[in-house]
Design a protein around this ligand. Sequence first.
Ligand code: SAH
Length: 216
Amino acid sequence: MVKINSKKGLAVELSKLEVFSSPNVSLEQYPTDSEIAAEVLWFAYHKGDIKEKVIADLGAGTGILGIGCMILKASKVYFVEKDKSLIPILKKNIKGTDSDTEHNIFNIDISEFDQRADVVVENPPFGIKNRHADKNFLKKAFLTAKVIYSFHKLESVDFIRAFSKDNDFSVTDFFKFEFPLKASMKFHKKKVKKIPVGCFRLEFKTFHCSGNSGNF
Ligand code: SAH
């Protein structure tokens, strides 16, 4: 079993995972960069959101986010991915990690997923090819867990805040990245195209009654 004691060590481990060999454009299959995944997961670990928690990785792809949670000692990880062709790669990546964290793979559309978890991690389609795909992932995440780490295009920030608020979630933490989209898609001309992306930590609102003031 791999022992990880630094963010860098986690990034190195995650960089060894196999990624999409022929990405499906309509499903917006972009793998999360290993350094970026490690940055977010290391933060989440120290926030108490991973160790001994049940995690759901929605749109798991080749598994980098959920596998990172397995390495960081989640109690259980659900991988939800609708593209059947990715499941063998996902299984191979999980096996290679040699973690004893319990896991289940659901080869289904996220709309059919009905388990509850402590935390959702997701790098969903940004809704470029399939409008509202990002909104549907958020909706499912709100129904699944009280803490969510979700990647979105930075330009969606106002929508994320408003949509979270409508669902009684709030943004507690925010990370900004230049997301390297490697030229894996035929329509990309430059070798590496970078787009500004935010990762949002969303938490179901907990209302605290503050003393005698009556304020919530
Ligand atoms: N989480 C992975 C993959 C991100 S790409 C990573 O961070 O590297 C988004 C993934 O969501 C793709 O694998 C795509 O096949 C999957 N996906 C897209 N729409 C989906 C849906 N409706 N239900 C389940 N999976 C979906």
